[in-house]
Design a protein around this ligand. Sequence first.
Ligand SMILES: Cc1cc2nc3c(=O)[nH]c(=O)nc-3n(C[C@H](O)[C@H](O)[C@H](O)COP(=O)(O)O)c2cc1C
Length: 323
Amino acid sequence: MKSFCGNYLKKLHIGNITAGSNVFMAPLAGYTCYPFRMMCRRLGAGLAFTEMVSANGLKYNDKATAKLLYTTDEESPKAVQLLGSVPSAFEYACKGEYTKDYDIVDINMGCPVPNIVKSGEGCALTQDLPLASRIIEACKRSGKTVTVKFRPGMNKSRIVVSEFARMCEDSGADMITVHGRTRNMMYDGEPVYEYIDAAKRAVNIPVIANGGIRSEEDAVRMMDRTGADGVMIARYGLEDPMIFARLTGRKTDATKLSLILDQAELAQSCFDETAAMEYVRKIASYFMKKIPGTKNYKQEMFRCGSMEELKKILVPIFGETEI
Ligand SMILES: Cc1cc2nc3c(=O)[nH]c(=O)nc-3n(C[C@H](O)[C@H](O)[C@H](O)COP(=O)(O)O)c2cc1C
């Protein structure tokens, strides 16, 4: 039986950046803030992306964006994801103050949410290759490493995966990530390996495979069937971030309890108390997914008024739990 670590694990060169492993944490709106990204990195993820940030929104000096883009020197290399449809807004965002610490800009060309697609952003860009190309070129003018995350097309009769992958490479992208579900599949169903395989055959830049990876077996199957250069984990990384340690062979004595308490501490170091508690509650709820009988604890978690109280509630929940 193949293992990811024994058969597929490698460092990955992306433009002029080297990622320490080819196992990445996906951008996840509402979750992949600095504490979460650092946890994944410490467990072996070679890169962890910020959630999508509006390229247009970076013109305005707002607190919410500063929170999304908070980072420190300990996070290296750093990868920010931008969403939008106007090339000049991307260029401005990539050259601006907010993204100055980030080495990699990932462009979201896969978001399937109706409002976003209606405004020509996210997955809508798979229907407009010339515009998508101008966006990539605009980002490249910043001198940063540029990557693109996209879906194979809007639905199975409008698959554009090969030509889209080639367009990304020709426009200067340094890596692509293919989420193997079409837009109308949203987040359900098995990813289609053939779509990712087609992208891999079309280009010479690294291709990362994303969708439905919940175990080492899934990751190995994904690599076998697609020939991809690495994998990107999304929802399962929230449920069990130790998947990064298992895939990369990283030795750790972390437990769910130690991870969640570290998250609380990191969140307090970069957010105010309310935001830190909101984040820890969200992460703890995901960690609890597989633990039966935690409903009362969840209610207590949402009632308590300070991080100290919250931590006291978390200890008995995770204290006995092996990962
Ligand atoms: C709650 C949630 C938020 C997401 N936010 C983003 C995002 O900000 N940018 C992005 O490119 N994809 C986003 N995605 C998509 C994931 O990155 C990933 O492509 C998708 O969940 C498929 O991978 P999985 O099957 O391993 O979860 C999001 C998905 C979910 C469920």
